[in-house]
Design a protein around this ligand. Structure first.
Ligand SMILES: [Zn+2]
Length: 155
């Protein structure tokens, strides 16, 4: 499987391609794109995607770089690391991203509630764009793991 640096590079390349693709759709005024897409949405998507690439990798199930980047806050991923064997459910295309997003959501929602933030004031479009960014980043990680181990098994 690819190391952390390779994952970061692959993820960054995919993000650039997606951003170009989205702006192409806007530029070509393809109907569905011009209704839902704007720079604010693309920014929310991109920042979440990058955040997930560096902090929310499916490799949170081991002592990986993303796990260590959390510093003392890594405690919030400790149950995750204990519960999942490496490349078990954390690398399942649906359960993996879902469990990581849920784990993060529980922590973030708790913090927002403690901070007195009215959750209804957060725009749904922002939540959708951010979640899509995080999930796509993790899917790219899982797909890269699969492709690279397949290639390695041939040679
Ligand atoms: Zn992995």
């Amino acid at each position: 499987m690819p190391d952390g640096k390779t994952h970061d590079t692959i993820n960054a390349a995919v993000l650039l391609t997606v951003i170009f693709g989205l702006y192409y759709l806007i530029w070509k005024e393809i109907a569905i794109a011009s209704v839902y897409l704007n720079t604010y949405m693309i920014l929310a998507f991109s920042v979440s995607y990058l955040f997930a690439t560096f902090f929310l990798s499916p490799d949170l199930d081991i002592n990986s770089k993303p796990y260590k980047r959390w510093g003392f806050l890594r405690i919030i991923w400790w149950p995750y690391k204990v519960a999942f064997k490496h490349r078990g459910f954390s690398h399942h295309p649906i359960i993996g991203p879902l469990s990581i997003v849920l784990n993060l959501a529980i922590v973030v929602i708790a913090l927002l509630l403690i901070g007195g933030v009215d959750l209804h004031k957060i725009p749904l479009s922002f939540i959708i764009a951010a979640t899509t960014g995080m999930v796509l980043s993790m899917e790219v990680h899982i797909i890269s793991d699969n492709i690279i181990s397949k290639i390695k098994s041939i040679f």
